[in-house]
Design a protein around this ligand. Structure first.
Ligand SMILES: C[S@@+](CC[C@H](N)C(=O)[O-])C[C@H]1O[C@@H](n2cnc3c(N)ncnc32)[C@H](O)[C@@H]1O
Length: 248
């Protein structure tokens, strides 16, 4: 049986090829990932992440999972809000990104308290109904089968708990959309070439943002996965959106 094609940026590839190529992208960019985030977003990604974590309403005893957590920015913010009964686990498919995250946490003086696990968002390796909150920041776009990932997140959440998705989305302000396109396609791949010596990975980044489901489509996908009370907030004119959804 042939596999149904999926998007890798603007290209159509098999699901297996997408997973391999996304892994190759993050292997290639892992060491410069944090620097590039700061440069590309002028540091604003830090504010988006802070706001996302504020919406999580973390309590001290929460068991929290950050899916596709990469270098652990969200995990470190969440960690600061947890008490000794709480836990934060970063699950990412890419061991190099996790290693960067572990090193960064040590640089921040965090030697224990954040768990790292290499795993696929499509079949999260945890017990069902376990987590009090699950986050995924700038990760869903890169997952090959998003429906499976949303369903897996749903399964691992406790009833009454929320999932929070921070992701690039569709710009809703006229003119800003044109400026953002110009900046994305003309500047970001060049910046990737200069800083990370990798133009292709950053070309994938800007294309993957364009092929990712918009705010309303992602809301429908969350509902189809079983979530209730799905809401979204646009940040920076919709460059980024935060979706919140509950397992009820
Ligand atoms: C753009 S980075 C985001 C990292 C981090 N969450 C942040 O906000 O900086 C995307 C991450 O998604 C991870 N990823 C891609 N596909 C995945 C999958 N199927 N399961 C888990 N992680 C995945 C990549 O390895 C990468 O670390």
């Amino acid at each position: 049986m042939t596999e149904k094609a999926t998007d890798f940026g603007y290209q159509q590839v098999t699901p297996t090829e997408k997973t391999e190529r996304v892994t190759a992208v993050f292997n290639a960019v892992a060491t410069e990932y944090d620097l590039m985030n700061d440069l590309m977003s002028f540091g604003v990604h830090r504010l988006w992440k802070r706001y996302a974590v504020a919406l999580c309403a973390i309590r001290k005893n929460f068991q929290v999972l950050d899916v596709a957590g990469g270098t652990g920015d969200l995990a470190r913010l969440i960690y600061q809000q947890l008490g000794t009964d709480g836990s934060i686990t970063v699950c990412d498919i890419n061991a190099m990104m996790l290693q960067q995250g572990r090193n960064k946490s040590i640089d921040h003086g965090i030697f224990k308290g954040i768990n790292y696990l290499c795993g696929n968002a499509e079949s999260l390796p945890f017990a069902d109904n376990y987590f009090d909150c699950i986050t995924i920041a700038f990760g869903l776009r890169n997952v090959t089968n998003k429906e499976l990932a949303l369903r897996s997140i749903y399964d691992k959440l406790k009833y009454g708990s929320q999932c929070l998705i921070l992701e690039f989305s569709k710009v809703v302000i006229p003119v800003l959309d044109k400026l953002y396109d110009q900046y994305s396609f003309n500047v970001i791949p060049k910046l990737g070439k200069i800083i990370a010596n990798d133009e292709a990975s950053y070309q994938y980044l800007v294309e993957s943002i364009r092929t990712h489901p918009d705010q309303k489509t992602l809301s429908s996908m969350l509902e189809n996965a079983g979530f209730a009370q799905v809401q979204y907030h646009n940040l920076s004119g919709g460059i980024v959106a935060i979706h919140r959804a509950y397992k009820l």
